[in-house]
Design a protein around this ligand. Structure first.
Ligand code: MF3
Ligand code: CO
Ligand code: CO
Length: 247
């Protein structure tokens, strides 16, 4: 069931979203060549708890760490480890932060050090595709407009769209109805003012096809080429949307 949030619920989600944003800023300020992905996990875990919030990915369906860190050909759900970040790595950070009973979910991708133009364009265009999708959002619009806009933009840039993983509603739970695909689908869902959703394109340089690693979490591209991921939690407004995981 797709729910409409009250103003007081949206205010709680804004607080969760702001801590999520601040945690991303903290990670951005520390991210560097030579660090392990575990160190990023510790920085985020400490920062989130210091703000009285909970890193809700920890123990979510058995997930073993507080954040997801996905490097290069890892699309999403990379598990922090003693893996060292190298020059030119594409590092996606996905954070879920719970505060006062409400969730927030946001992802960003960084290039650490130097990378080819192709890889820089991948990251830049994946972020742009998120805003292309969001530009369709307003009360009364069909949900499929978001995915169609993302898919058209990605293809115009020669990038492929991961299909197995999609955005989602969010609120008291990290994952709520509706699904928010990054490609066109037939759907009856009409966006309404007060709906809170996560839009999260995952775009690949090469094939759209993915597989799951032996750890049963990490999703990787089949051809080993890089992938990027951007995500915001938003609330639908009468004429547009408001980002809850921003400044
Ligand atoms: N943040 C992810 C999403 O965008 C969910 C991560 S669940 C975890 O939906 F368990 F892998 F952390
Ligand atoms: Co996420
Ligand atoms: Co999400």
């Amino acid at each position: 069931m797709v729910t409409i949030k009250s103003n007081s619920e949206i205010n709680k989600m804004k607080k969760a979203g702001y801590i999520n944003y601040l945690t991303h800023e903290e990670i951005k300020s520390k991210l560097n060549v030579g660090m392990s992905t575990n160190e990023l996990n510790e920085i985020a875990d400490n920062f989130i708890r210091k703000h009285g919030a909970i890193p809700s990915s920890l123990n979510f369906q058995g997930y073993p760490k507080s954040i997801c860190v996905s490097v290069n050909d890892e699309v999403v759900h990379g598990i922090p480890s003693d893996r060292i970040i190298k020059d030119g790595d594409v590092v996606s950070i996905d954070l879920t932060v719970r505060f006062d009973g409400y969730e927030s979910d946001s992802a960003r991708t960084y290039i650490v050090g130097n990378a080819s133009k192709e890889v820089k364009d991948l990251v830049e265009n994946t972020e742009k595709s998120l805003y292309e999708g969001l530009s369709k959002v307003r009360d009364g619009v069909r949900l499929s407009e978001i995915g169609l806009a993302i898919e058209n933009f990605a293809h115009s840039k020669g990038l492929s769209v991961v299909r197995e993983l999609v955005g989602h509603g969010i609120g008291k739970n990290m994952h709520e109805a509706p699904d928010v695909p990054n490609y066109y689908t037939e759907t009856d869902v009409i966006l309404k003012e007060g709906m809170t959703i996560c839009v999260e394109p995952m775009l690949n340089l090469g094939t759209k096809d993915i597989y799951i690693e032996d750890d049963l979490w990490t999703i990787k591209t089949k051809d080993g080429k890089q992938s990027a991921h951007f995500e915001h939690t938003i609330v639908v407004t009468k004429n547009s949307y408001e980002i809850l995981t921003g400044e």
